[in-house]
Design a protein around this ligand. Sequence first.
Ligand code: KIV
Length: 296
Amino acid sequence: MGVTAAWGRVTNILAIAKHVIKNYMQTTELVRFKKLDKQITVLTAWDAISSSIVEAAGADVVLVGDSLGMVVLGHATTLPVTLDQMLHHTQAVCRGFCKPLSKQPLVVCDLPFLSYQCGEDKAVEAAGTLLKNSSASAVKLEGAEPETLLVIKRLIRMGIPVMGHLGLTPQSVHQLGYKSQARDKKSQEKIFKDSKMLQESGCFAIVLEHIPGEIASRLKKDLDIPVIGIGAGSDCDGQVRVTADILGLSTEQPPFAKPLLAGRELCINALREWVKSNNLNQVNPTIKTSESKLDC
Ligand code: KIV
């Protein structure tokens, strides 16, 4: 092949790649949403059923949060969640989408406890494993301690987009509890400083959980990157919710996530009906043997 033909082929491939990538929901799109004042919606998913529902509902971002440890694995905290479990659930979430890849929501996956606190190399391996083996495009991690900032910078240098998470950070439950955060002046100053450090370190967005609305509102104005709130008032660039909370499926609802549906009650009532009718031995639909092929 001549040089001109080869070059033509290369530019064609680049044009196609650019077209494909441009049509994907990317992390940079969220910054554009902020500039356009368009609210960003983030919902969690943990398996194929929940991701197909969340996708159909039109969420911009699907978060495979480590809250799955509590919501679906029955743990008391998020701490026991492993990297293998995060990968297993992220893959199920990605398989559950019905739309073509280019129309699917952006998938962000939580880095579980101890997958990024033990050094940069371990963090790159953990985040890389999630992105390599699923269609997730970014990871989320908690805090802004100096070691965490180094990890964030390294991940970003390695091409892995990072979402930050401040305020109530469930992986620090044994230090912070599940209480609202940033209530006194000192911790408010810390959250302002930490948010700026996360932005400077290259995070594409920050989740602010269970903090006063005025703090989130000021950070929304101060930061160039989107501020995604949960229990942080309504003046944010977007909101994130644990889907099981919104659907009223959780046994313990956090105070800031009001259910939009009495999901547990609806499910229990429907299943009770089924159990009752089955116990009464009511007709179960089936096909007759003449219509089926019974070979044995
Ligand atoms: O794990 C999770 O679901 C989260 C959200 C609460 C933001 O981190």
